[in-house]
Ligand binder design. Structure first.
Ligand code: PMP
Length: 477
């Protein structure tokens, strides 16, 4: 069944190319998808074709969940105003979120996006510590605002990216598969690896303390997603937080991607490392697609901010509609026991992906927690050389099989799975069975595939021929 659309796909593309900034890139650029409807873990294009969505961690409780839609619709029909008026949805949301967090994280600020949340977190850290030096991890991404690009090597390290400011210090990402210190390694165990990586942050802290009087903040995702689905070694954050606090800095946990129960065992991914941050930022899944985000901190840090006497006003942050939606998302997480589900289905997905490692030499590493899983492809397991072209091919082939996955990491060779939390074991089986087939196609034909992919990139084409190739692909649909 095709769905009612206001214009044909070719026209959508034509107008987009004419009036939308080219820096806003599409998935599958040479043959983009036009998605017109979603339900649970599925998305539908304009022809009615159904895709299994394995990457949309924003549609946390499932695309267009009726309870969330209803909450938004109801509140829209009543009032949407700003947080200078009292409203129950806002205070209920604040109280519910705080209940999920360890003490002393108890003061909320509501904003509209992950970028805004991290920007405010940095502002709080600056005001509280009066220091300037910020430590970030290599390949990290924390948002699109100017202040966030400054602390996002994922962006500023790109060829056309801006220069890294002198107050930003980049520590190695604790990637125990292809990072500075790797595992397995005869001389160290996992905990020692955590220490080695944490010492890298410690060195920066000591230098900052002696040169500039101290650190402002350490900001990191609790599990690095944009950097390639990285699971830090045990004990890493505990050591890091100690170093940062000894240098008078605050610790910011970016939970924008990995929060709200995705890891299965805990509501917040930092809890898997048994640490308590000074500031937590959250967004994406919080509104299931509606823009709502938050910063939660300690009374002490919030007081430093209030003591400046400068009002914090955010026109849309904490509006009743956003808060009603976020409350509805929390309802669904609880009522449908989605955290437990992430644990159960995630373990199944992870173990099925592990099996692929025994079948396909391309699969170098499989890692994950809950419904946050990465499969790293390498051309050689000894050298751990990234299989970038192969990963690109796999993403495109999976799309042909109506399964949407993506790839990430500094070499774009890590297949990334972070589906809506309503993902089932059957979905996991379909994903892995199909991936198994696609990888089997690649076994033995790697050289020719590599050449073909490099010559005609489907997923990423950024040249003037887009229009023509898109028209071509539409004709063939
Ligand atoms: N932090 C992380 C870890 C993210 O992945 C993102 C978005 N990809 C952001 C912050 C920024 O969020 P937003 O796009 O909602 O501004």
């Amino acid at each position: 069944m095709a769905y009612l659309q206001s214009m044909p796909k070719s026209e959508t593309i034509r107008i987009r190319e004419k009036h939308v900034g080219a820096a806003c890139q599409l998935f599958f650029r040479s043959s983009p998808l036009k998605i017109v409807r979603g339900i649970a873990q599925y998305m539908y294009d304009e022809t009615g074709e159904r895709y299994l969505d394995c990457i949309n961690n924003v549609a946390h409780v499932g695309h267009c969940h009726p309870h969330v839609v209803e909450a938004g619709r109801n509140q829209m029909s009543l009032i949407s105003t700003n947080n200078r008026y009292l409203h129950d949805e806002l205070v209920i949301l604040a109280e519910r979120l705080v209940k999920t967090l360890p003490e002393p994280l108890s003061v909320c600020f509501f904003v509209n996006s992950g970028s805004e949340a991290n920007d405010l977190a940095l502002r709080l850290a600056r005001i509280h510590t009066k220091n300037k030096d910020v430590i970030t991890l290599d390949h990290a991404y924390h948002g699109h605002l100017t202040s966030m690009i400054d602390v996002s090597p994922y962006k500023f390290n790109l060829p056309g990216g801006p220069e890294k400011p002198e107050w930003v210090h980049v520590a190695p990402v604790p990637d125990v598969y292809r990072g500075k210190y790797v595992y397995p390694n005869d001389s160290v165990n996992e905990e020692e690896l955590g220490k080695l990586y944490a010492n890298e942050v410690g060195k920066i802290c000591k230098e900052s303390k002696s040169k500039n009087g101290g650190v402002c903040a350490f900001i990191a995702e609790s599990l690095q997603s944009c950097g390639g689905q990285i699971i830090p070694p045990e004990g890493y954050f505990k050591e890091v937080y100690q170093h940062v606090r000894e240098a008078d800095g605050v610790c910011i946990a970016d939970e924008v991607q990995v929060g709200f129960g995705r890891v299965g065992t805990h509501m917040w991914a930092f809890e898997t490392q048994d640490v308590i941050p000074d500031i937590v930022t959250m967004g994406k899944p919080m509104g299931n697609g509606h823009p709502v985000a938050a910063v939660i901190t300690t009374p002490e840090i919030a007081k430093s901010f209030a003591d400046t006497g400068v009002e914090y006003f955010n026109t849309y942050g904490g509006n009743p509609v956003s808060c009603a939606i976020a409350n509805a998302v929390l309802d669904v997480i609880e009522e449908e026991r989605l955290m437990e589900r992430a644990h159960r289905v995630g373990n199944h997905l992870l173990s099925r992906c592990e099996q692929l490692k025994h079948k396909h030499s391309l699969v170098g590493d499989v890692r994950g927690k809950g419904l946050f899983v990465g499969v790293e492809l390498v051309t050689d397991r000894e050298t751990r050389t990234p299989a970038t072209a192969e990963a690109k091919h796999v993403v495109n082939r999976m799309r042909e099989e109506k399964i949407l996955i993506s790839r990430d990491g500094p070499d774009s060779n890590v297949l990334k799975f972070k589906p809506p939390m309503v993902f089932s074991t059957q979905d996991a089986d379909r994903l892995v069975d199909t991936l198994d087939r696609v990888l089997a196609e690649l076994d033995g034909t790697r050289t020719s595939i590599k050449l073909q992919v490099l010559v005609t990139p489907l997923e990423e084409t950024n040249d003037a021929s887009i229009s023509a190739s898109v028209q071509q692909s539409i004709k063939s649909m």
